[in-house]
Design a protein around this ligand. Structure first.
Ligand SMILES: [Zn+2]
Length: 289
């Protein structure tokens, strides 16, 4: 089976060092196994994402030497597909409609599973129905078996206002695109069993492989993210430097690689010495700060 991986950033800003580490890790892993690497823009949360950032990210990745297979998939261009998948999950009993509001939940617990609301007459969210088939752990390429707590509340798949959740869009796309290994930041380990279950509910015929990369931290407690004002990683002409810093962050050898190489040459040299076992498990600080 051909390896199919993906890099799937959310365009809530330009690339920062943390997103670069994921771009590099997913790229080297896929290419070192002779596989395909896809680029997908996860922009269903339109309150945080902007199309200008999408163009910017695509341009930045290309300046950094990354060449992706196939066409870039932009999730907001496929919303109908996610609504269709949501309906299938409802019809097969894996999801239910919930009319509760934040206020009503403070007064009474949700009973929409046993007493379904009239979803075609009142605004409802679609939620994943939790049950005992929810896995308790998943297997990670670097970390082995990782235990995961079941979510306390049924995860929302589609919000009342129609917004498609990250979990639904991500899992539906991984299946549609034939992705068989997900390489991403360790902050997403906590949603992995939910996604595995969702993938099973959507009819996956295989078990996804996972590889969670170490997080780039902004300080002792918080990962680097757009929410805590991560600075864009690229400025004029520093592609080589940031690629070298990201390689070191991933524990890879930079022997024989110089800042005078083109970004493409750096990626090719990194590929020839890439060793997945050298990737550290522990998170680290942003070396560019
Ligand atoms: Zn409810």
């Amino acid at each position: 089976m051909t390896y199919v991986g993906r890099f799937a950033p959310s365009p809530s800003g330009r690339l920062h060092f943390g997103s670069l580490v994921c771009a590099l890790g997913s790229y080297l892993r896929a290419k070192s196994l002779g596989g395909r690497i896809l680029l997908r823009i996860e922009d269903t949360d339109t309150s945080r994402c902007h199309p200008d950032n999408t163009l910017e990210i695509i341009d930045e990745l290309s300046r950094l030497g990354f060449v992706y297979d196939g066409k870039v998939r932009i999730q907001t261009e496929h919303l109908e597909e996610y609504y269709e998948q949501g309906l299938k999950l409802y019809e097969s009993g894996y999801a239910y409609y919930c009319s509760c509001t934040r206020d009503s939940l403070k007064r009474t617990p949700c009973q929409c599973v046993t007493r379904p609301p009239e979803f075609n007459r009142i605004p409802c969210a679609l939620r994943l129905r939790l049950n005992e088939r929810m896995p308790a752990f998943f297997y990670d390429v670097l970390r082995g078996y990782v235990a995961c707590q079941s979510p306390l509340n049924a995860p929302t798949l589609i919000r009342k206002d129609g917004l498609v959740s990250y979990n639904l869009a991500c899992v539906a796309d991984d299946l549609r695109q034939g992705v068989n290994e997900v390489v991403r930041g360790a902050d997403l380990m906590e949603v992995t069993t939910t996604q595995q279950y969702l993938s099973f509910a959507l009819g996956a015929g295989y078990v996804m492989s996972y590889l969670h990369l170490p997080l780039v931290m902004a300080d002792d407690k918080h990962k680097l993210s757009k929410q805590n004002h991560a600075v864009p990683v690229l400025d004029e002409g520093n592609c080589q430097e940031v690629l070298l810093a990201a390689l070191r962050f991933l524990g890879q050898s930079t022997c024989g690689i110089s800042v005078h190489d083109t970004p493409r040459m750096i990626l090719n040299k990194a590929l020839s010495s890439f060793d997945v076992r050298r990737i550290p498990l522990e998170s680290g600080g942003d070396p560019l700060r």
